[in-house]
Every structure is written in structure tokens, then in C-alpha cells.
Design a protein around this ligand. Structure first.
Ligand code: MLT
Length: 332
């Protein structure tokens, strides 16, 4: 963090306007490029933080992984060398396995599901668990939509079509096992290396939401999209727990309120933008294929083979059942 002189509020003026002359500016790491969910969440958070704190706290976004790869930002925030980070939830899972429940394939089936789970009791338990496991506190939730599969080689609509493709996945065991259940051995790779790997054809494809495919300009190096719905991407905003604890009670409440505002704004952003972005990707030459048979083969393989492997890691089958119950679905 750093103290910045607020040009609008020199000392004399600030006394009149009750805006502090010096604002504390926090550094916010953002994994993705401009125009996506993560940037929108970050901008909404900064605006809300300035408002809540009367201008005493603000933030600066560093896009495109400038402050480190997504998984590395968790370590940096935990050790107090970074203030905030916005990243995909699958990149928190290695540090706090309980959030893996939200990356189990086909658990979150809609934006409504994602908002209900994260903003309810289940989400609060995950916040507490993440503080304990990873030393970061989730204070806001971004919603990015389903992770669709992209590749440079061919349209994919069945599990058989997938065979032979080299697909990059995050370093996330659940996602690795999901592709294995679909019959291929994926290539785990850091987010920051993904564009270059696609460009240099080290890998043929990857999966991420439409919003991210666009923000990262993957349309320049990928042609085919398969409209999979296996993971709804949730993109948390986290604060270093040591920073959070160093704030006064009043400042903590301001940070939390700003996080809640940004969460709401993210839901609206996705509802307004996703279909527009999908159309833009098509206009840029990408081709969208629907999975055959309403994705049944993908769903059956992933849920039957992957879920049971992770019950222990997520804290027991009852954790998954808690999420399913909160969504009004049958338990396992
Ligand atoms: C990943 O694939 O590693 C993440 O989903 C990237 C992101 O944050 O968009």
C-alpha cells in the first residue's frame, strides 16, 4: 500500500469537504486483461471503497498478472507483501481445498446458483475456512460464467471428439481429474503462460468463460468453442488477512461493505455483458458447438468419476451435500 496525495483535497480543502488529504492506496492484483469480470469487479470495489471510506482508502488495479501469477498472488497476500488479489477460484483451491466444492464439475449449474451459494451461509463458511487455510479473506465474489472449451483444431461436441487434443488446465487437481475422466491427460500450466502456449501450439486448447476468452484475446489463437457448462467460474476478491487485521474495526466494515457492493455489481455485469461478448467472439471468427445430447456423457463421467475422489479433500461428502441442499438439489 502507499499513501497518495489526493489532488482534489489539499489540506485546507479537505477540512472543508471532510475528505482526507492523504488516501491509502492499496495494490490489487488482477489475473486477467481489461474488459473482463475481474477488472469490472475491481473497478466496482475501488469506487465503493472510496465512497465507504470518504476517500481515505482507494486501490490501484494491476491487470494481466503484472503482480504475479494468480496462484502466486495468494502466497504474496498471505505473507503480507500484496494487499488484494482478484483471481479465479480454481487458483485458490490448492491453498484451501474446501473451496474446491465450487469447482467440482456440474455442482453450480447457473448464475443464480453461484450467487446463492457464495452470498449465503455456505459462502461465509468458505470465507472463514480460507482465512484459516490460506491467510487470505474473500471479501467479494465475481461471476464470470461457465468455462467453455476452446481449441485451435476442430469442433468438439462429444467426449470422443476430445481425444487427441492437448488441453491446458490450471494447476488444479479437480480439473485435471475431470479431463482424465473424459479420457485425456490435460497439461497443468500457470495462467500467465497460457496465451503463449496456445500461440506457440504447445497446447491445442484450454477452458475459460466467454468473458475471459475475450479479455485475454484468445480469439487470436483459438478457433473452436464447445459450450460446456462443467464449471461456473467464480472469481473472488481477496484481501491479505494480515492487512485486514491491521485495519480498525470501522475500516474493516468499510472494506467488507465495498466488497458486498462489488459482488452485486459483478452479477449485473455478467447478466448484461455475457451474450454480447459471445456474439463478439463469433463476429471475430470463432465457431460455437453445443455438446451432444445435452452434455449427458460429459456430465455422467465427471460426476460419477470425479466427485467421490474429492470428498475427503473438500472436508467430507457432507460439505458437498450442504451446497446441493442449499441449491434445492438431491444430495449424494
Ligand atoms: C485459469 O484458467 O487459471 C483461470 O481461470 C484464469 C482466470 O483467472 O481467468
Amino acid at each position: 500500500m502507499k499513501k497518495t496525495f489526493n489532488l482534489l483535497a489539499g489540506t485546507a480543502i479537505s477540512l472543508m469537504l471532510s475528505v482526507p488529504a492523504f488516501a491509502t492506496e492499496y495494490r490489487i492484483a488482477v489475473g486477467d486483461g481489461a474488459g473482463g469480470t475481474q477488472e469490472a469487479l475491481g473497478k466496482a470495489f475501488v469506487a465503493a471503497l472510496e465512497k465507504e471510506s470518504g476517500g481515505a482508502m482507494t486501490g490501484k488495479l494491476f491487470l494481466n498478472g503484472q503482480l504475479g501469477d494468480e496462484q502466486d498472488t495468494i502466497t504474496a497476500a498471505a505473507t503480507g507483501t500484496l494487499d488484494f488479489s482478484i483471481l479465479a477460484i480454481n487458483n485458490i483451491t490448492p491453498f484451501s481445498p474446501s473451496v474446491g466444492t465450487l469447482t467440482l464439475p456440474y455442482v453450480i449449474l447457473s448464475q443464480d446458483d453461484a450467487e446463492k451459494v457464495t452470498q449465503g451461509e455456505v459462502g461465509q463458511k468458505m470465507v472463514d475456512q480460507t482465512v484459516e487455510d490460506a491467510g487470505v479473506r474473500i471479501i467479494g465474489w465475481g461471476y464470470s460464467g461457465f468455462r467453455v472449451l476452446t481449441n485451435s483444431k476442430k469442433p468438439v461436441s462429444t467426449v470422443a471428439d476430445l481425444q487427441g487434443l492437448v488441453v491446458r488446465v490450471p494447476k488444479n487437481e479437480i480439473m485435471i481429474e475431470t479431463y482424465k475422466a473424459w479420457g485425456i491427460n490435460p497439461t497443468p500450466m500457470a495462467w500467465g503462460e497460457t496465451f503463449a502456449a496456445l500461440q506457440q501450439k504447445v497446447v491445442d486448447g484450454q477452458d475459460n468463460p466467454y468473458m475471459t476468452v475475450n479479455a485475454m484475446k484468445f480469439y487470436e489463437v483459438q478457433k473452436y468453442i464447445t459450450d460446456l457448462r462443467y464449471i461456473f467460474s467464480i472469481e473472488p476478491l481477496v484481501i491479505s488477512e494480515s492487512l485486514f487485521e491491521s485495519l480498525s474495526e470501522e475500516q474493516q466494515q468499510q472494506v467488507l461493505a465495498a466488497g458486498r457492493d462489488a459482488t452485486k455489481a459483478s452479477g449485473v455485469f455478467l447478466r448484461e455483458q455475457e451474450s454480447k461478448i459471445r456474439d463478439e467472439l463469433v463476429a471475430r471468427g470463432m465457431e460455437i458447438t453445443k455438446p451432444a445430447d445435452d452434455e449427458k456423457e460429459f456430465i455422467d463421467l465427471a460426476t460419477s468419476k470425479v466427485w467421490p475422489k474429492f470428498y475427503d479433500q473438500i472436508g467430507g461428502v457432507e460439505v458437498l451435500n450442504g451446497v446441493l441442499t442449499s441449491l434445492g438439489r438431491d444430495t449424494v
